[in-house]
Ligand binder design. Structure first.
Ligand code: KG4
Ligand code: ZN
Length: 349
């Protein structure tokens, strides 16, 4: 397919607390606008009802801004791709309803997208180069932690996943324990830069196969902090950076163990990371180290495509269109969906 023949696609993402719209033409991202909902920081987690209302207020200006930045008119679009799930029901409905109504009014297809599949396929976007198939992808976000074997954009196998909390959730919960605001992952990451990862030792439980369990870490840190604060009530303030660095080291060790095992077992050395936690500087450094020491071909997303964004949603729309898949207007948003499947259907209008 030549560059000029790629369709112009609008992506819309509203699964959690970011309202985002993007325009792409093939792998080229013409605009990617993300409006973050800072209102949740004060309560230490996302309030679903607030999130839906904020999406409703922001969706129209965010889409207009994406079209303006891409310097195109809505009438030039070839399709609208949107997140159908997984995510918060009310938030999903805002993006899905807007996308379907816009596509219907313009007389173009709407394409429903699986959010986690989009995190993985963000790697097809420029600057690239995209991973060669098959590749392994460690998808680590606030709601998911999965190790996926990607045979093709429409053929993904989940090799392992978390049995309880997601890696991002582990970062956020520990951050809350030490008084950091939501989302705590980026704060733990930046504080870790000035801390000693060996200051405190937290165990790194290992699950069967390529699975994880992160819920024990929060309890471990909670008990550790209680004991330490009994001796010194200012312990957290004094040792915040060391606590962050030690927790981050434990989470990263836990993430890397099944990934390294899967590379060894499958012989696949093409390895990608995706999702919010792929913004973590320590995780990015570990992957870089594997590239040098073990000859892995590593794919680390640009920062803008780590956390939730609509460019990745549009990317899936592009790939599904290329496979002649379309959405249906009655596609219903859902917090839970079948694993990583394409949600578009063959030949529908
Ligand atoms: O993919 P994402 O934006 O939203 C979901 O689909 O969940 O991921 C959000 C998660 C949050 O838990 C956040 O704390 C975490 O990604 N996160 C990080 C970093 N940046 C975002 N965790 C660790 N280090 C970071 N630099
Ligand atoms: Zn996400």
């Amino acid at each position: 397919m030549s560059f000029a023949s790629h369709p112009l696609i609008l992506g819309i993402e509203s699964s959690c607390d970011d309202t985002s719209a993007a325009v792409i033409r093939g792998p080229s991202v013409l605009s990617n606008v993300v409006a973050n909902q800072a209102l949740h920081a004060e309560v230490g987690g996302v309030v679903p009802e607030w999130a839906s209302r904020a999406h409703l207020a922001k969706i129209s200006p965010v889409v207009q801004s994406a079209l303006d930045k891409a310097e195109i008119l809505a009438s030039e679009l070839d399709a609208v791709a949107y997140t159908l799930g997984p995510g918060l029901q009310g938030s999903l409905h805002v993006g899905a309803s807007f996308a379907k109504a816009l596509a219907w009014a313009l007389g173009i297809p709407s394409i429903p997208v699986h959010h986690m599949r989009a995190h993985i396929l963000a790697h097809v976007l420029e600057p690239g180069p995209p991973p060669a198939y098959p590749f392994l992808c460690l998808t680590v976000s606030g709601g998911h932690t999965q190790l996926v074997k990607v045979n093709h954009p429409n053929d993904m196998e989940v090799l392992g996943q978390t049995l309880d909390d997601a890696a991002g959730e582990a970062f956020d919960k520990v951050a809350k324990l030490i008084g950091l605001s939501y989302p705590g992952g980026p704060l733990v990451d930046s504080l870790s830069a000035n801390g000693n990862p060996d200051a405190f030792s937290f165990s790194r439980p290992r699950m069967k196969g390529y699975n994880w369990s992160f819920s024990g870490l929060k309890t471990q840190v909670l008990n550790f902090l209680k004991q330490a604060q009994e001796k010194d009530s200012n312990f957290v303030q004094k040792r915040q950076a060391d606590i962050c660095a030690s927790v981050q080291a434990a989470i990263l060790d836990m993430l890397m163990t099944p990934l390294c095992q899967a590379v060894e077992d499958t012989g696949i050395t093409e390895v990608a990371i995706a999702g919010g936690v792929s913004a973590n500087s320590g995780l990015r450094a570990r992957l870089g180290q594997m590239q040098v020491e073990r000859d892995w071909e590593v794919h680390i997303p640009p920062m803008d495509y780590c956390t939730d964004n609509a460019a990745m949603i549009a990317a899936v729309g592009w790939l599904d269109m290329a496979s002649e898949l379309r959405g249906e207007l009655d596609a219903s948003p859902s917090p839970r969906l079948p694993e990583l499947t394409s949600l578009a259907v063959s030949g529908a209008g």
